[in-house]
Design a protein around this ligand. Structure first.
Ligand SMILES: CC(C)(COP(=O)(O)OP(=O)(O)OC[C@H]1O[C@@H](n2cnc3c(N)ncnc32)[C@H](O)[C@@H]1OP(=O)(O)O)[C@@H](O)C(=O)NCCC(=O)NCCS
Length: 410
C-alpha cells in the first residue's frame, strides 16, 4: 500500500472491489470494459495485475497492467501494457493516475518487462515516459468492386454466403491452437510483432467488445478474423489465412454478414496481400502505439543478437556508441562474438567524435521499433543524428511492425 500525494490509499485491487471497478470503468469508458477487467483479474494474471486508489471504501481510480511479449527479429522482449485506466470524475486532476502509472511501471520492472506499449488517449501518456513509436494500421473501407474470389462481377457489398465447402462461424476455445498458428504465420514476415499471449485468446473469446471468427474449409480452420461490434458497418481486424484462396473465401464469407466492411490492413499477411487492391486509401492522420523504454541499456543488451546480425549482413563490424546526450551506451565489437554487453556512461554531447550516433532518449522507442529507422528520424528531429550513415543505417533500419492488442485499431 502507498499513499497518493492527496493522502488517498493506493493498493492492489481485491475481489471485493470488482463491482466498483466495473462501474467506474463503464462510467468513464465503454460498456464492455467491466467484463474485460473481470476476465483479467479472475484469469491467470490475477488481482495483483490491478491497482486502485480508494477514498475510504470507495474506489476512485484504477489501472491494470497486462503482460505482453514483443518480438524484434528473433529476440523476444517481455513487455507490459497498461489498460483499463479511469478516475472518478469527482477525483480528476489530483495525480491519481500519475500515482497508478508509477505503480504499473514498478510492477512492470519487477516482472522483467523491458518495454511498455499501449494504445491510449492522445498526448496524456507522454507525461509518463511514453512516446509515439509504432504506426497503427488504419481501417480502410472495402471498395465497391468485383470480388476476385467470385468472378461474378457482383458489387463487393453484395450479400454473398460463404463459398461452397466453407463455413464462417464464431470461434470457440477448441480453435485456439488454429488461431495461434494462423497469427504466428501472419506475423512471421514482420520485423517486430506482438502476439496475443496464450491466455488473452480465452478472454477474447469470452469478451463482448469484439467477436473472433474462423473460416472452416472441409472441417479445417483455414482463416480467421476479429470483428468489432456492428456500428454502421463491421470492422475487420487481425485477419489471417492459410493461403490466398482462404483469404478470398474469408472476405466473401464476411461480406455475407451483410454489413459494409472496413478492414484493418496488415500488408505483409496473406489476406493483406490478397485484399490490398480492394481497399480504399486509409486516413492520412498519424495513429501510433505508444512505447516506453525506462532502461534502454537492458533493451539494447537483449537486442544484441539482432543488432549483430544486421551489422554482419552488411559486412560491417565495430564498436557501437549511442549517446542520448545525458548518458551514452557503448557496445564493444569483437569479431567472434559480435556486439558485447552494453556499457553505460555519462553525458556525451558530441558522439560523432567517438564515431557514435546521437539519439534523444524519447526517440529510442521509435528507433528500435518504428518504421522510420535512424535516417528517417534524422530528417524529422534535430536531436537524432548519425554521421556514419552506412553503419547506423544498417544498424537501425526502418522496421515493419504488427501488434495485436486487446483493443482494436479504428
Ligand atoms: C484521463 C484520466 C484517466 C486522467 O486521470 P486523473 O487521475 O485525473 O489524472 P492525473 O490527475 O493523475 O493527471 C496526471 C497528469 O495528467 C494531466 N492530465 C489529466 N487529464 C489529462 C488529459 N485528458 N490529457 C492530458 N493531460 C491530462 C494532469 O494535468 C496531470 O499533469 P501533471 O501531473 O503534470 O500536473 C481521467 O480523466 C479519466 O478517467 N478519463 C476518462 C477515461 C479515459 O480517458 N481513460 C484513459 C483510457 S486510455
Amino acid at each position: 500500500m502507498t499513499t497518493t500525494p492527496g493522502g488517498l490509499e493506493l493498493r492492489t485491487a481485491r475481489p471485493s472491489d470488482l463491482d466498483q471497478i466495473g462501474t467506474l470503468l463503464v462510467e468513464r469508458g465503454e460498456e464492455p470494459d467491466a467484463l474485460d477487467h473481470r476476465l483479467v483479474v479472475e484469469g491467470e494474471l490475477g488481482w495483483d495485475a490491478c491497482a486502485v486508489v480508494v477514498d475510504g471504501d470507495r474506489v476512485v481510480s484504477t489501472a491494470t497492467l497486462l503482460d505482453e511479449t514483443v518480438r524484434v527479429g528473433d529476440v523476444v522482449l517481455l513487455a507490459g501494457q497498461v489498460e483499463l485506466v479511469a478516475t472518478d470524475s469527482g477525483y480528476e486532476g489530483r495525480g491519481l493516475v500519475r500515482a497508478l502509472m508509477g505503480w504499473a511501471h514498478d510492477r512492470s520492472r519487477d516482472r522483467g518487462h523491458l518495454v511498455q506499449v499501449m494504445i491510449g488517449i492522445p498526448y496524456f501518456y507522454r507525461l509518463f515516459g511514453y512516446e509515439y513509436a509504432i504506426d497503427i494500421p488504419r481501417a480502410r473501407a472495402l471498395r465497391e468492386s468485383p470480388s476476385p474470389g467470385s468472378g461474378t462481377g457482383e458489387p463487393a457489398s453484395a450479400h454473398r454466403d460463404a463459398p461452397a465447402g466453407s463455413v464462417l462461424r464464431e470461434a470457440t476455445t477448441a480453435d485456439i491452437p488454429a488461431l495461434v498458428a494462423l497469427q504466428e504465420a501472419a506475423q512471421a514476415p514482420y520485423d517486430v510483432a506482438m502476439p496475443h499471449p496464450e491466455e488473452r485468446w480465452r478472454w477474447l473469446l469470452a469478451h463482448e467488445g469484439s467477436t473472433m471468427r474462423v473460416l472452416e474449409r472441409d472441417g479445417i480452420v483455414v482463416a480467421s478474423a476479429r470483428t468489432g461490434p456492428p456500428d454502421e458497418g463491421l470492422l475487420i481486424a487481425e485477419a489471417a489465412a492459410a493461403d490466398t484462396a482462404a483469404a478470398h473465401d474469408l472476405l466473401d464469407a464476411l461480406r455475407g454478414l451483410g454489413e459494409p466492411l472496413t478492414i484493418v490492413h496488415r500488408p505483409l499477411t496473406t489476406p493483406g496481400r490478397a485484399w490490398a487492391d480492394l481497399l480504399e486509401p486509409g486516413g492520412t492522420d498519424a495513429t501510433q502505439y505508444y512505447a516506453r523504454l525506462e532502461r534502454p541499456e537492458l533493451a539494447l543488451d537483449a537486442l544484441r543478437p539482432v543488432l549483430t546480425a544486421r551489422l554482419r549482413a552488411a559486412g560491417l563490424g565495430r564498436d557501437v556508441v549511442i549517446s542520448t546526450f545525458g548518458r551514452h551506451y557503448r557496445l564493444p565489437w569483437t569479431t567472434d562474438a559480435g556486439l558485447g554487453p552494453v556499457e553505460v556512461g555519462g553525458p556525451m554531447q558530441a558522439p560523432g567524435v567517438a564515431k557514435g550516433a546521437g539519439v534523444a532518449p524519447d526517440r529510442l522507442p521509435a528507433l528500435l521499433l518504428g518504421q522510420f529507422g535512424i535516417q528517417g528520424l534524422e530528417r524529422l528531429y534535430p536531436d537524432v543524428y548519425a554521421p556514419d550513415a552506412e553503419f547506423f543505417g544498417a544498424l537501425f533500419p526502418p522496421v515493419t511492425a504488427d501488434l495485436l492488442t486487446y483493443y482494436l485499431p479504428w
